[in-house]
Design a protein around this ligand. Structure first.
Ligand code: ADP
Ligand code: MG
Length: 257
């Protein structure tokens, strides 16, 4: 007997002006699993993500979160059901402190429950500091985000995403713009936190080093279709995948080679 997967995408389709951007994509994601979605530019990765997070309405197909089909739900409703996201370009409030950014996220999560609660912000301060401790940023809690290095801002963003206690985290190029060492540190941290919490992660990533070092499983999209999925070693040895990357000139040392 198999348990209900955290995320179960079945036969997802999305076209723009008659051009199929996502063309019959099906995959599953388990709790605590880090699943990378890779593929050349234009393969349909962002479209696929946006059909899951509600930014786009799929033309057809199912997006089941914990068994419930959320395809076509509004982004806010999907967020409330526990789907968090981080963005390719970090989206924190520069003028607020690190702790305040996390407090706002915590307030946002509980607004329905706590709008009448005058001490909500004070309560959230304690919880925010705990969360910052877990991501290793406790010492920077009272710094404005504008004073932080980019790698630290991306880490704040991770804390902000975790504040909503997501069951599924969608990460769009989490390490974009970061130096190689920072990338590795952020992925190791992400991996530890999501494994501890049993959160499933779906991420896109340009750096093949990051993908092959940190993903549990990799799926490869090309022209809207899934051409391969499997463990990093299986994908590394897949001839069709190598061809897609060779064809786009993106095979490089440390990547699929
Ligand atoms: P990726 O993220 O893998 O680079 P995208 O999902 O952004 O790929 O794009 C897949 C295809 O869909 C591309 O051909 C792209 O031009 C097209 N596309 C994506 N978004 C839109 C849109 N809003 N309107 C029209 N075409 C789009
Ligand atoms: Mg994209």
């Amino acid at each position: 007997m198999s348990a209900t997967p955290l995320l179960d995408v079945q036969d997802l389709h999305k076209a723009f002006g008659g051009i199929a951007a996502v063309d019959g994509v099906s995959f599953r994601l388990a709790r605590g699993e880090l699943l990378a979605m890779i593929g050349p530019n234009g393969a349909g990765k962002s479209t696929c993500f946006n059909c899951i997070n509600g930014q786009l309405q799929p033309d057809r197909g199912a997006v089941r979160l914990d068994g419930r089909d959320i395809a076509g739900f509004r982004p806010r409703a999907i967020w409330r059901l526990g789907v968090g996201r981080t963005f390719q370009v970090a989206a924190t409030y520069a003028s607020m402190t690190v702790a305040e950014n996390v407090q706002v996220a915590l307030l946002s999560r509980e607004r329905q429950l706590l709008k009448w609660w005058p001490r909500a912000a004070a309560m959230h301060r304690v919880e925010a500091l705990e969360l910052l401790d877990q991501v290793g940023l406790r010492a920077l809690a009272d710094q404005p985000c504008s004073a932080l290095a980019y790698g630290d801002i991306k880490t704040v963003e991770l804390a902000v995403a975790l504040a909503n206690r997501p069951s599924l985290l969608l990460m769009d190029e989490p390490t974009a713009g970061m130096a190689p060492r920072e990338r590795s540190a952020l992925m190791i941290l992400t991996r530890r936190l999501v494994k501890e919490r049993g959160i499933g992660v779906l991420f896109t990533e340009h750096s093949m080093d990051v993908v092959f070092a940190h993903a549990d499983r990799i799926m490869v999209l090309a022209r809207g279709r899934l051409i391969a999925q499997g463990a990093p070693d299986e994908i590394r040895g897949n001839a069709e995948v190598a061809e897609v990357y060779l064809g786009s000139g993106r095979l490089h040392a440390g990547g699929l080679a």
